[in-house]
Design a protein around this ligand. Structure first.
Ligand code: TRP
Ligand code: ZN
Length: 887
């Protein structure tokens, strides 16, 4: 069923019938219904009297009739849980009325000055949208529709205003007062208060407004732009966190330099503030000149943050910085265009990280994320195009599809035209739309015009959901390989018929017989079926296809094991080596999980895979960072998707056992190699040039050893933990210990908590490691952890560290008892009234029920129905649960 229609009412389920009749069912918003707003709001003045439990807000809006919109004699100002204290038009008290949460004010002339007073209680704001309190400080989160929780306003991204903001508050409680733009005045007030006035010269939509007031200190370092502007860069944190801010500040400087060099984009204010807060719904927010960050993406030092944490800080800092152009200078016309800023900005941050830390490893990481998070979304009830057509709650569309597939779609354009022409396209885009609220269509047109390419058919990537599947057939014809590719795009909710997509694939045909590498070329599949003729490099061709993962598709082919072994060892594209090993592992594990292997065939498959892995472990030409990637087997989540796309439904138990079995086989056969690798890596110092790679393979080696020889792994992991001088080694060792039923486990867990109990981000790790473990008692342990004094449902990082981690632990979550499903459904019900945005993010885990074997499917569906029957759900959770039951 299309999500635009009312949920069905399955007969015989009175509970669901009640829910479906609920008067609270939120309306569906359609992309096709977009109309420009009737009024422009060129100027906004805000005056805040700040207090944790009571903040009063006075807003003055200069409004002007929009000549490009239909005539209106009222203005609708969005509100959410607000009551107007006073409303005046041109200084005179006026009639107004409420329409649901919105304020409607009659306006006769072409311009008016509208003043509105509201009062809010930030201390009671548990949703963390609008103005809220976090650890004694006040901060805002306005994207997407949080500004309407602060004051009545046309809270839509196509209304751009210049903001002047005065804020006043107690000087002892809020010594630092920050807002967008530049501080233009400040002073002392009565009764221990002080105030500051800020002005942001760049017109912006309300979702980019931000304010912060609190007891903060900054790590500062000026950046000089290429045209000579000196920018004061500050990272604001609580005093005790100051020592962990250097990496964030350096990452900001690197991002600023990179965007000048690679995209020609320069910063446009004299001040760039970043504030870290510990209660935050997502990663970070790109508010103009005042980014607000989850502490997780700011604070890092070797003692408390892993190498992956350092990378995530660098990536998110870059992402928010890059939004200054892709998002802020050019913003979105409406929320259906979200991928315009998010897809493009994710691509920009991915390219940045590739340049900072190596192209192949970063590409592998990004493809792994796409397969684990986006492919399941595209194959499930919540599938949507990167530019959705409808929603009930926009927060539900901050998805892997809009972000990560959105980035892949733009990356394909870049692959087709090349780096230079792509740059000409983005230059034209920024030039043409600077200061505007644009659409995805505007972006595609700018790339067409600037790069000189026709993207007519390519636009299907914006409108069609579902991951294309490409089947491969090949035959040698003289000195060519005739390669016939067939594309199909699976049906998704509301979209049964699909048009063929434009699919660029980098390919090469190597030769096993000649041990020769073929030249790479880019082929572009545009038809449902098409044959390409590629040069042969010799006999026994080995096809290397979708090199570098040029297209976000699934390749389905029958391929000989020897061909994959050859590609894994010899391909000149490092990504293709990774891909060949993954393909090999997937084929083998699917055979084992489906029980379709005779024992001898299984043993032969295992032996061949062990051979390929031995080559990876011992290849002196590989650096350890790449070796660590190649050692990682495909995730259970990805294997689940592959299995569910075949003739059978996914069987998580069989997948888990097959994967653990392969790990054990590798570890038994390669015990010596793994031990040698661990020993070599353990002897590498933290700041050795190969230190990061060494740490990666060290823990990978332990993960394998644990599958074959738990006692040995426990001893090695305990020793690694005890010797660790950094969090990467410590967390890696503890991860391995957590999955083992061994006395070394409890002692190290207790040590870890007592050593870091005052560091919330490290305590989050302590919860996550236990929730992610393979320990036989993991479900009971997670239940106990939910009652631990350090657990709180009110902090999103903590909930993610325990329950989101658990939902991402396939063995535990899919326990045949259904206990895992029940625990997550209970969490959704408990969290929904507190923080609906975060609660709704747990629904997709249960939503995959149609792709799983029938016993578990019924249990998952039952939990979704139980949530639906509870009634009074938030818009967020209602939308996700109803779509999950309907599709
Ligand atoms: N725009 C932000 C980003 O991509 C993310 C974001 C959207 C967000 N909505 C949010 C962050 C709500 C926190 C809360 O960087
Ligand atoms: Zn973003």
């Amino acid at each position: 069923m299309d999500i635009a229609t009312t949920p069905t009412n399955p007969e015989g389920n009175p509970d669901l019938a009640d829910a479906a009749r609920s008067p609270h069912e939120p309306p569906v918003i359609l992309r096709a219904d977009y109309r420009p707003f009737g009024w422009l709001v060129p100027q906004v003045k805000l005056d805040f009297a700040l207090g944790i439990t009571r903040t009063s807000v006075r807003a003055e809006l200069t409004v002007q009739r929009n000549a490009r919109a239909d005539h209106a004699d009222t203005i609708r100002l969005n509100g959410d849980s607000l009551v107007p204290v006073a409303v005046t038009v041109d200084g005179v008290a006026t009639d107004w009325r409420m329409d649901g949460p919105d304020l409607i004010v009659p306006l006769r002339e072409d311009t008016h000055l509208l003043a509105i007073e509201t009062e809010i209680d930030p201390g009671a704001n548990t949703q963390l949208m609008g103005l809220y309190a976090s650890g004694g400080m006040l901060c805002t989160q306005c994207e997407a529709e949080g500004f309407r929780r602060i004051t009545f306003f046309p809270d839509r991204p196509d209304v751009l205003s210049v903001y002047t903001v005065r804020m006043e508050g107690d000087k002892a409680a809020f010594p630092i007062l920050l807002c967008n733009g530049n501080k233009v005045a400040e002073g002392e007030g009565a009764d221990g208060t002080h105030w500051a006035e800020w002005h942001d010269p760049w017109p912006k939509p309300s979702y980019l407004f931000a304010l912060v007031a609190g007891d903060l200190v900054a790590n500062s370092k000026p950046f000089t732009t290429r045209s000579g502007r000196v920018v004061e860069c500050n990272v604001w944190v609580r005093k005790e966190d100051l020592a962990r801010t250097d990496h964030a500040l350096e990452s900001l400087h690197r991002s600023m330099t990179w965007d000048e060099e690679v995209f020609g984009r320069e910063y446009d204010l004299d001040l760039y503030n970043i504030v870290a807060v510990s209660d935050f719904n997502m990663g970070a927010m790109e508010n103009k000149g005042l980014n607000v960050f989850n502490t997780k993406y700011v604070l890092a030092d070797p003692d408390t943050a892993t190498d992956a944490d350092f990378d995530a800080v660098e990536g998110v800092i870059a992402h928010e910085y890059f939004h200054n152009w892709s998002g802020n200078r050019v913003t979105c016309r409406d929320w259906f265009q979200l991928s315009l800023k998010e897809g493009f900005t994710v691509l920009r941050d991915q390219l940045f990280s590739q340049d900072m830390r190596g192209e192949a490893v970063k590409r592998i990481e990004d493809v792994r994320i796409l397969r684990a998070a986006q492919f399941p979304e595209d194959a499930g009830p919540l599938a949507h195009p990167i530019r959705p057509d409808s929603y009930r709650e926009i927060s539900n569309f901050y998805t892997a599809t809009v972000y990560n597939k959105g980035a892949e779609v733009i990356r394909m354009m870049r692959s087709m035209v090349g780096v230079e022409r792509f740059r000409a396209g983005t230059d034209l885009y920024f030039d043409r739309h600077d200061g505007e609220a644009a659409t995805c269509e505007d972006f595609v047109t700018a790339i067409e015009d600037g790069a000189g390419i026709d993207l007519t058919q390519f636009r299907h990537w914006y409108s069609q959901a579902g991951t294309p599947r490409i089947t491969v057939a090949s035959a040698v014809e003289g000195d060519k390989l005739a390669l016939t590719l067939t594309q199909t795009i699976p049906a998704t909710p509301g979209q049964s018929d699909k048009q063929p997509m434009v699919i660029p694939l980098r390919v090469a045909v190597h030769s096993r017989a000649a041990d020769a590498l073929g030249a790479e070329e880019l082929i572009v599949l545009t038809e449902g079926q098409q044959t390409f003729h590629l040069p042969l490099a010799g006999g026994d061709p080995a096809l290397s296809i979708n090199r570098g993962f040029t297209a976000p598709v699934v390749i389905e082919r029958q391929v000989a094991t020897e061909e994959l072994v050859f590609l894994a060892a010899r391909d000149d594209d490092p990504f293709a080596r990774f891909e060949a090993l993954q393909e090999f592992a997937v084929n083998h594990l699917m055979g084992v999980a489906a029980g379709s292997y005779a024992p001898e065939a299984r043993a032969a498959g295992e032996a061949a895979f062990v051979g390929a892995m031995r080559a990876i472990l011992t290849d002196p030409a590989l650096d350890d960072a790449m070796r660590g990637e190649l050692m990682m087997l495909p995730s259970e989540t990805y294997l689940f998707e592959v299995m569910a796309s075949g003739v059978r439904k996914a069987d998580p138990g069989a997948i888990h056992d097959a994967r653990e079995g392969l790990k054990a086989a590798i570890a038994s056969a390669l015990a010596g190699e793994l031990a040698a690798l661990h020993a070599r890596a353990a002897a590498t110092a933290y700041d050795d040039p190969n230190g990061r790679g060494a740490r990666k393979v060290k823990t990978q080696a332990l993960v394998f050893i644990a599958a074959a020889d738990p006692a040995k792994a426990a001893a090695m992991a305990a020793a690694q933990y005890d010797a660790a001088d950094n969090m990467t080694d410590r967390q890696g060792a503890l991860m391995v210990l957590c999955s083992l039923d061994h006395p070394a486990r409890e002692a190290r867990l207790a040590h870890f908590l007592s050593a870091y109990e005052d560091n919330a981000l490290v305590v989050d790790k302590w919860f996550s490691l236990q929730a992610l473990s393979l320990h036989p008692r993991v479900i009971e342990q997670v239940k106990e952890l939910a009652n631990h004094p350090q657990f709180t449902i009110r902090n999103p990082n903590r909930v993610r560290s325990l329950h989101m981690a658990f939902a991402g632990n396939p063995k535990a979550f899919h326990d045949a008892s259904g206990e895992g499903y029940r625990m997550i459904a209970d969490l959704i019900l408990a969290l929904d009234p507190i923080n609906p945005q975060t609660a709704a993010r747990f629904v997709p885990a249960l939503g995959r029920w149609r792709r799983i074997e029938p016993v578990r499917a019924a249990l998952m569906q039952g939990e979704l129905e139980r949530i639906m029957a509870a009634g009074n759900l938030s818009r967020d959770t209602f939308e996700q649960v109803s779509r999950s039951l309907d599709a």
